[in-house]
Design a protein around this ligand. Structure first.
Ligand code: MLT
Length: 308
C-alpha cells in the first residue's frame, strides 16, 4: 500500500503518529494551492480554515478520504464528496473538554467584564464601579445542544449552583436526571435563561436559530454565548438587541464570516471576542490530530472506521 496524504491548517505533527509510523505513507504539509500534482493526493487532513469545495474535489481527482481534525464538517462539501465517493471522517471527541472550558472562561469573563476591566487598567484607569459584574450562582443557564460539549457545560454549571435548562430534540430523557437539567422547548429556554449558550453544529436547521424574532423574548439583561459555529445566531439581531440594551452582553469565539466582517459587533463595548480558539489547546490539538490520522490509517488498512 502506498498513499500520499496532505496535512493542512498547521495540524500538529505531534498528533499524527499513526500515519508517521505507517509504511508506504508519504505526508505533505501545506496548502491546497501549493500542491503541483493534486490528482496524486489520496487523503487530506484539515481543521476549519481549508474549505473543501466541489472545485477542490474536482482538482484532487484521486482523493479517497478527507479527515477533519475537529468536530464541525461545515467546511467540507459533504454532498459533493459523497457523489465522488470520497469518505469524510471527523474527530468529534478530541476537543470536547477544551471547548467546554473555553466557553466557561468566556462566560465568567463576560459576566464579570474581565476583558474590559483588564483593558481599562492597562490604559491607566482605575474604575471599580464601571466593572461591577454578575454572579453565576443560582442563575439559569440555557444550553442549546446537549451533545458532548453541552453536557460538559451542564456539569460545570451544576458545580456553580446554576439552574440548567436545555433544548435538544435528541437529548435522551435518562440523561436529564443524570445531569440534573430540565429539558424545555426553544422558546421557553430563551424566555427563562439568564445566560444562553449554543452548542449545535451549523446545519440548515440551526442557521439563525437565535434571531430577531425569538431573541426579543430573551430576559432583559440576558447574556449570549457562541463558541460553536458562526451563523447559529443572527449577528445583526445580536447587534440590534445589544444596541437597544435588551441584552447585557455576548461572548463570541466564532463568526458568520471568519475573520469577522461586522466590526460594529466585534467592537461593541459589551461584546467579548476570541478568534475561534475554543479548541486550540495543546491537548485538544494532539487529540484531534491523532484521532483524524488514526481514521485515515484504518481506512488505508481496510479496517472499520469510527466516525465516517
Ligand atoms: C471544531 O469544529 O472542532 C472546532 O471548531 C475547532 C476547529 O475548527 O478546529
Amino acid at each position: 500500500m502506498t498513499a500520499t496524504i496532505l496535512v493542512c491548517d498547521g495540524i500538529t505533527s505531534n498528533g499524527i503518529e499513526p500515519l508517521v509510523k505507517l509504511e508506504g505513507v508519504e505526508l505533505i504539509f501545506g496548502k491546497l494551492d501549493e500542491i503541483s500534482n493534486p490528482q496524486d493526493i489520496h487523503g487530506i487532513m484539515v481543521r476549519s480554515a481549508t474549505k473543501i469545495t466541489e472545485d477542490v474535489l474536482e482538482k484532487f481527482s484521486g482523493l479517497k478520504i478527507i479527515a477533519r481534525a475537529g468536530v464541525g464538517v461545515d467546511n467540507i462539501d459533504i454532498n459533493a464528496a459523497t457523489k465522488k465517493g470520497v469518505l469524510v471522517v471527523n474527530a468529534p471527541e478530541g476537543n470536547t473538554i477544551s471547548t467546554a472550558e473555553h466557553t466557561w472562561a468566556m462566560m465568567m469573563s463576560l459576566v464579570r467584564k474581565i476583558p474590559q476591566a483588564n483593558q481599562s487598567v492597562k490604559q491607566g484607569e482605575w474604575n471599580r464601579k464601571k466593572y461591577t459584574g454578575q454572579e453565576l450562582y443560582q442563575k439559569t443557564l440555557g444550553i442549546i445542544g446537549m451533545g458532548r460539549i453541552g453536557s460538559e457545560l451542564a456539569k460545570r454549571a451544576k458545580s456553580f449552583s446554576m439552574n440548567v435548562l436545555v433544548f435538544d430534540p435528541y437529548f435522551p430523557a435518562e440523561k436529564q436526571k443524570e445531569l440534573s437539567v430540565t429539558t424545555v422547548d426553544l422558546d421557553t429556554l430563551i424566555q427563562h435563561s439568564d445566560i444562553i449558550t449554543v452548542h449545535t453544529p451549523l446545519t440548515k436547521d440551526t442557521r439563525k436559530l437565535l434571531n430577531f424574532d425569538n431573541l426579543k423574548f430573551a430576559k432583559k439583561g440576558a447574556f449570549i454565548l457562541n463558541c460553536a459555529r458562526g451563523g447559529i445566531i443572527d449577528e445583526e439581531a445580536l447587534l440590534h438587541y445589544l444596541n437597544n440594551e435588551h441584552l447585557s452582553g455576548c461572548a463570541l469565539d466564532v463568526f458568520e464570516q471568519e475573520p469577522p466582517v461586522s466590526r460594529s459587533l466585534v467592537e461593541h463595548p459589551n461584546v467579548i471576542v476570541t478568534p475561534h480558539i475554543a479548541a486550540s489547546t495543546v491537548q485538544a490539538q494532539i487529540n484531534v490530530a491523532y484521532m483524524a490520522s488514526d481514521e485515515i490509517k484504518s481506512y488505508l488498512l481496510n479496517k472499520p472506521l469510527k466516525h465516517a
